[in-house]
Design a binder for this molecule. Structure first.
Ligand code: ATP
Ligand code: MG
Length: 430
């Protein structure tokens, strides 16, 4: 890009409305993305790379390999934002139409990108093969734009100024998309001048409350407001609540965050993106306490999650996967009579497991899970998904019954989450 264009781009960033500048749209091209054959991963990759620069991906549009559809999607995106990414369709085959669509839209001619052509010729010479016309088509870029050398493939990307806005074009294969993004796009975005606007955000990670329950509580305190946006993201056994505001509403955001803390109370386990196992680890560390686990239906998942955290040896002593009744008796000292009278999935057995593992490991806390993960083995009284969880400590043992009528995999995940949450709440009482 010429110096004149460069300064055009940065002055644009300085004068336009902030949200226009920090908003980015992606047009993903490819009929196979719409056919169910390929999962579109570019939006996630791009959003993750742009966020640290203060840029937000606000729309991802997927269009088929169709010249008119691509041109229309790019035109629409440019009407909303100043920075548009287009991915895919840069190869040399008949279904690669992105270049043509952009030539049609901008009126620019196609020219060869010299550096990419040299790389292509070198590659073909190394294979002792003549360069084909189809291969040559891949190194065409739009005149007035800048070719971005592809570090892992043949087709270069492009940076294309258009009507005071910028279009970045990237190849479709994920490795090449990331390659050009990292070596070509991100350094140039940095040079264009980092946007001044950076939205403010407050995060609340919650367990033990459903999404609708959380939304109701927040509605009661008047959220969302015109200034404070509220976003929700639910996954197995936890919900992320996000408050977002423009920088001029920083004080209001703080006030609202205090209100959210009161409204959601103990359901909040973190205010940053960490797992429940890490939140529990921090509490154990702060209180200089240790933990051992007795896992039946979770099959070691809790131990796995805890040991994913570096430094967990400071508080996690170990555990027993006590799946069979005999191992509950032998390894944890659960009385045979309890198992016979109440069954393995019962409050009594969960309590005995937690207390047993605590004693055997000499830990401050013992955590236990016992449940019916399914799909077989459920009864009317104890349907699939019935789980008893228990936490034992010096003050005694608490137990909780939960039922998650879902798949085996999810029962395990939810159970591990609920058990860690029971422990967390116990730890927070002190
Ligand atoms: P090529 O030179 O390989 O044809 P291209 O730039 O023309 O590259 P496409 O033809 O659109 O890119 O896509 C090539 C392959 O990359 C697709 O077959 C698909 O497997 C993968 N791909 C393209 N777009 C995406 C996407 N958004 N998410 C994940 N994979 C993608
Ligand atoms: Mg292609």
């Amino acid at each position: 890009m010429s110096d004149e264009r460069k300064s055009q781009a940065s002055s644009l960033l300085a004068t336009h409305h902030p949200s226009r500048i920090t908003s980015v749209e992606l047009i993903s091209t490819g009929s196979e993305l719409l056919s169910g054959r390929t999962v579109n991963t570019h939006a996630q990759t791009l959003a993750q790379k742009l966020r640290p620069l203060g840029l937000n991906l606000t729309r991802d549009t997927t269009v088929p390999d169709d010249r008119a559809a691509i041109a229309e999607a790019v035109r629409d995106a440019l009407a909303r934002v100043d920075l548009v990414f287009v991915s895919g369709g840069l190869g040399g085959t008949s279904d690669d139409l992105t270049r043509d669509a952009l030539a049609q839209l901008t009126g620019a001619k196609l020219v060869r990108h010299a550096a990419s052509l040299a790389a292509l010729e070198k590659r073909y010479a190394a294979m002792a093969r003549p360069v084909t016309e189809v291969a040559r088509r891949q190194v065409m870029v739009l005149e007035g734009g800048e070719g971005l050398l592809n570090p892992v493939g043949l087709a270069p990307g492009m940076m294309l100024p258009h009507d005071g806005k910028t279009i970045f074009v990237l190849p479709g294969p994920p490795r090449e998309f990331v390659g050009v993004l990292e070596t070509g796009v991100l350094p140039r975005l940095g040079k264009m001048g980092r946007p001044v606007f950076q939205g403010l955000e407050k995060l609340f990670l919650c367990t033990g409350l459903g999404e609708t329950e959380i939304a109701e509580r927040l509605e009661k305190i008047g959220l969302p407001t015109p200034e404070i946006e509220v976003g929700y993201c639910a996954s197995a056994g936890q919900i992320e609540v996000r408050l977002a505001a423009a920088p001029e509403h920083a004080r209001l955001l703080e006030t609202q965050a205090v209100a959210v803390r009161t409204a959601l109370g103990a359901a909040i386990f973190a205010e940053e993106r960490i797992g429940l196992e890490e939140a529990v680890g921090r509490l154990l560390t702060a209180q200089h306490k240790t933990l051992a686990v007795a896992e039946s239906c979770t099959g070691g998942l809790i131990g796995h999650r805890l040991t994913q955290i570096a430094g967990s040896s400071a508080y996690f002593l170990g555990g027993v996967i006590a799946y069979a009744n005999e191992s509950k008796i032998r390894e944890l000292g659960v009385a045979r009579e309890l198992l016979e009278r109440h069954g393995a999935v019962s409050e009594e057995v969960a309590r005995a497991m937690a207390a047993g593992v605590r004693t055997r490991f000499g830990a401050d806390y013992g955590v236990a899970t016992t449940g019916i993960a399914g799909p077989e083995g459920g009864t009317v009284e104890k349907p699939v998904g019935t789980v008893w969880l228990a936490v034992a400590d010096a003050a005694g043992t608490v137990a909780k019954l939960r039922c998650f009528p879902t798949t085996r995999e999810h029962v395990k995940l939810w159970s591990s989450q609920q058990a860690l949450d029971l422990l967390r709440r116990r730890l927070e009482e002190f």
